[in-house]
Design a protein around this ligand. Structure first.
Ligand code: ADP
Ligand code: ZN
Length: 222
C-alpha cells in the first residue's frame, strides 16, 4: 500500500486552514491534526505543557518548538493517522519543518504537498475577531459573515452553546499575523525549493476553495 498522505496547510490566522482541513477530512478520509487544537486541549486539561503554553498563546506568540513537537509526536503515534494527515498550524518555524522531515523519514515517509492559502492580511483581522464555534460540534460561525439560520442555535447540530477563543481579538490577531510573517511565511520558500508547494487563492467562497484544494490533493496523492 502507498504511504499515507502528509498534507500541510500554510497560511496566516483566519486564512481558513481549519475550515478547509475539516472539508478535506470529509472529502478524502484524512485526519486533521491541528497543533492549535492540541495545545488548547493541553491548556484545558492543565497539563505541564498546557501551563507553559497558556500565556504565550494568549499573547499571540508562538509556543516553543519543544512543547509543540512533543504534543505533535504523541498525536502522530495514534493509529488513525495511518489514514493520512492534514497538518493545520504545523510546522510554523524552520525548526519545526526540519523536525517534521526527520520524524517522517524515520518511518520512510515524506511530505506529500504543502498548500499555501493565499489571503490579504487586512481582511484577516475582521475574519478572526468575529469568529466563534458551536461548543458541541465545532461548526464555525462569524458575527458578520456567517450567522446561524436561527439565532442562538447551531445549523448543524441544534446546539445552543457557542465558544470564542481567548486569542481571537483584534489586538492579538495583529500579533499573530506578525509572528506568521516573521517565522512561518519563510516556509513557503522552503517547500517551494523542494518542489512541494501548491498555492490557492483563499479570498473567495469557501466552496470554491474546497474545490481547488480537492483537485490539488487528488493530483498530489495520485
Ligand atoms: P491560528 O492559525 O488561527 O493563529 P491556531 O489555533 O493554529 O490559530 O494557533 C493558536 C495559537 O497556538 C498560536 O498563536 C500559537 O500560540 C499556538 N500554536 C499553534 N500551533 C503552533 C506551532 N506549530 N508552533 C508554535 N505555536 C503554535
Ligand atoms: Zn453544532
Amino acid at each position: 500500500m502507498a504511504n499515507p498522505a502528509v498534507l500541510i496547510l500554510l497560511g496566516p490566522p483566519g486564512a481558513g486552514k481549519g475550515t478547509q482541513a475539516r472539508m478535506l477530512e470529509e472529502d478524502f478520509g484524512l485526519v486533521q491534526l491541528s497543533t492549535g487544537d492540541l495545545l488548547r486541549a493541553a491548556v484545558a486539561a492543565g497539563t505541564d505543557a498546557g501551563k507553559r503554553a497558556k500565556a504565550v498563546m494568549e499573547a499571540g506568540q508562538l509556543v516553543s518548538d519543544d512543547i509543540v513537537l512533543a504534543i505533535l509526536k504523541d498525536r502522530m503515534a495514534e493509529p488513525d493517522t495511518q489514514k493520512g494527515i492534514i497538518l493545520d498550524g504545523f510546522p510554523r518555524t524552520a525548526g519545526q519543518a526540519a523536525a517534521l522531515d526527520d520524524l517522517l523519514s524515520a518511518s520512510a515517509q515524506q511530505v506529500t504537498a504543502a498548500i499555501s492559502l493565499d489571503v490579504v492580511d487586512e481582511a484577516m483581522v475582521a475574519r478572526v475577531s468575529g469568529r466563534y464555534t458551536c461548543a458541541k460540534c465545532g461548526e464555525g460561525y462569524h458575527d458578520e459573515f456567517k450567522l446561524p439560520a436561527t439565532a442562538g442555535s447551531c445549523d448543524k447540530c441544534g446546539g445552543t452553546e457557542f465558544k470564542r477563543r481567548a486569542d481571537d481579538n483584534a489586538e492579538t490577531v495583529r500579533e499573530r499575523l506578525s509572528a506568521y510573517h516573521a517565522q512561518t511565511a519563510p516556509l513557503i520558500a522552503y517547500y517551494d525549493g523542494k518542489g512541494l508547494l501548491k498555492r490557492v487563492d483563499a479570498m473567495g467562497a469557501i466552496s470554491d476553495i474546497r474545490t481547488s484544494l480537492a483537485s490539488i490533493v487528488k493530483t498530489a496523492t495520485a
